[in-house]
Design a protein around this ligand. Structure first.
Ligand code: HEC
Ligand code: HEC
Ligand code: HEC
Ligand code: HEC
Ligand code: HEC
Length: 263
C-alpha cells in the first residue's frame, strides 16, 4: 500500500471526524440513557434554551439540584413505592380510576406502587422539585416550585405549556397538556390492578415467572403499573426502531399491546 502524504492523512482524519459527527447527530438524544432526556430535570432549562426558549424556564420554575437521579431517588431515607424513592408523593384520595363493564380484574380505588411514583409529577398536585432529601451540594432555592398541571396561571407549567395558558405561546412553548395526567385516570389505560389469571380472562398471554416478558414489558408484584410499559430512564426521543417516549418496547405493529393482550 502506498504511503499517504501529510495532506492525504489530514483529509482522511477530517473526513473520519465528520462522519463520526454526522452519525452522532443522527442519533436522537443520547440514546439508551436518561441524560439529557426530558427526565433529566437538571438539563431541562438547557433543552428549553436550545429550542428557542431563551431562558424562559432557567431558574424561575423550579430548583435545579445539579443532579439527574435526585429528583426521583435518594441513597438514604427513601419511600418504598419505587426503589429508593425521593420525590414527595401525592395524596392518594381524589383519583378517578378506569371503569368498564368488560373489565375482569378489580381496579383499586387509588393508584399504588410505581404508578404513584410517576403520578407524583404527572398528576400535577406536587411540584417537580419537591423531594424528601435535597442534595448537600450548593444549589439555589428559586423560591418558586411549579407543578405539571393544566392550570393556566400560578405555579403551574401549564401557564406556558397549555394552549390557554397565561403565557401560552411565549417563545413557542410546546403544548404538554396530554402529559399532565391530572387525578382523573378514567381516561387512561388502567393501572395498579393485578394481571388476570387464565380463569379470569383467557385473552391474556401468561407472563414468565419473573413477571418480565422477554421484550422488557413487566409486572410489578403481579400488577400492571405505569412502568410496565414505560422505562423512565429510556430516552424520550423517538429512536431508530420507532420506539416512542420512554417505552420499554416498540409500538410498531402494536407489539407493545400484544405482549399482554391476545387480540
Ligand atoms: C423521573 C424519575 C426518575 C429519575 C430521574 C431516575 N429514576 Fe431510576 N427509577 C424511577 C422509577 C419510577 C423506578 C421504578 C420503575 C423501574 O424499575 O423502572 C426506577 C428504578 C430504578 C432502579 C431499579 C430498577 C432498575 O431499572 O434497575 C435503578 C437502579 C434506578 N432507577 C437508577 C437510577 C439512576 C442511577 C438515576 C440517575 C442517573 C435514575 N434512576 C433516575 C424513576 C426515576
Ligand atoms: C420528577 C418528576 C417526574 C417524575 C417522577 C416522572 N416524570 Fe415523566 N416527565 C417529567 C417531565 C418534566 C416531562 C416532560 C414534560 C414536557 O414535555 O413538558 C416528562 C415526560 C414524560 C413522558 C413523555 C416524554 C415525551 O417525550 O413527551 C412520559 C412518557 C413520561 N414522562 C412517563 C413517566 C413515567 C411512566 C413515570 C414513572 C415511571 C414518570 N414519567 C415519572 C417529569 C417526571
Ligand atoms: C415561562 C414559561 C414557561 C414555564 C413556566 C415552563 N416552561 Fe418549559 N419551556 C418554555 C419554552 C419557551 C420552551 C422552549 C420551547 C419548547 O420546546 O416548548 C420550553 C421547553 C421545555 C421543555 C423542552 C421541550 C423539548 O422538546 O426539548 C420541557 C421538557 C419543558 N419545557 C418542561 C417544563 C416543565 C416541566 C415546566 C414546569 C416545571 C415548565 N416547562 C415550565 C417555557 C416555559
Ligand atoms: C399499557 C401500557 C401503558 C401504561 C400502563 C401507561 N402508559 Fe403511558 N403511554 C403508553 C403508550 C403506548 C404511549 C404512547 C402513546 C402515543 O405515542 O400516542 C404512552 C404515552 C404516555 C405519555 C406521553 C403522552 C403523549 O402522547 O405525548 C405520558 C406522559 C405517559 N404515557 C405517562 C404515563 C403514566 C404516568 C402512566 C401511569 C399512570 C402510564 N403512562 C401508563 C403506554 C402506557
Ligand atoms: C403489561 C400488560 C399490558 C399491556 C402491555 C397492555 N395492556 Fe391493556 N390491559 C391490561 C390488563 C391487565 C387490563 C385489564 C383487563 C381486564 O381486567 O379485563 C387491560 C385493559 C385494557 C383495556 C380495557 C379493557 C376493558 O375491558 O375495558 C383496553 C382497551 C386495553 N387494555 C388496551 C391496550 C392497548 C391498546 C395497549 C397497547 C397500547 C395495551 N392495552 C397494553 C394489560 C396490558
Amino acid at each position: 500500500m502506498k504511503h499517504l502524504t501529510l495532506i492525504e492523512n489530514l483529509i482522511f482524519y477530517m473526513l473520519l471526524l465528520l462522519a463520526i459527527f454526522l452519525i452522532l447527530k443522527a442519533i436522537p438524544g443520547e440514546s439508551g440513557t436518561i441524560f439529557r432526556s426530558k427526565h433529566d430535570l437538571s438539563y431541562l432549562s438547557q433543552r428549553a434554551i436550545a429550542k428557542g426558549g431563551v431562558g424562559a424556564m432557567n431558574g424561575v420554575t423550579y430548583n435545579d439540584y445539579g443532579e439527574v437521579c435526585v429528583y426521583c431517588h435518594t441513597p438514604h431515607g427513601s419511600s418504598d413505592v419505587a426503589p429508593l424513592w425521593n420525590h414527595a408523593l401525592p395524596n392518594t384520595s381524589g383519583y378517578s380510576m378506569y371503569r368498564s363493564t368488560t373489565i375482569d380484574t378489580s381496579i383499586p380505588s387509588a393508584p399504588d406502587g410505581v404508578s404513584l411514583a410517576c403520578l407524583s409529577c404527572h398528576d400535577g398536585t406536587v411540584a417537580v422539585d419537591s423531594i424528601t432529601n435535597p442534595p448537600n451540594t450548593t444549589w439555589i432555592d428559586t423560591g418558586v416550585h411549579y407543578r405539571m398541571s393544566r392550570e393556566t396561571s400560578g405555579e403551574s407549567c401549564g401557564k406556558c405549556h397549555t394552549p390557554q395558558g397565561e403565557l401560552a405561546g411565549l417563545y413557542g412553548a410546546h403544548d404538554a397538556t396530554v402529559k399532565y395526567l391530572t387525578k382523573n385516570l378514567a381516561d387512561d389505560h388502567p393501572v395498579s390492578m393485578s394481571y388476570p389469571t387464565v380463569l379470569q380472562d383467557p385473552k391474556f398471554n401468561i407472563p414468565p415467572g419473573t413477571g418480565i416478558f422477554p421484550n422488557g414489558i413487566r409486572l410489578f408484584s403481579g400488577k400492571v403499573q405505569c412502568a410496565s410499559c414505560h422505562d423512565p430512564h429510556n430516552p424520550d426521543e423517538q429512536n431508530l426502531e420507532g420506539r416512542d417516549p420512554f417505552l420499554r418496547t416498540s409500538k410498531r405493529d402494536s407489539s407493545l399491546c400484544m405482549t399482554c393482550h391476545i387480540k
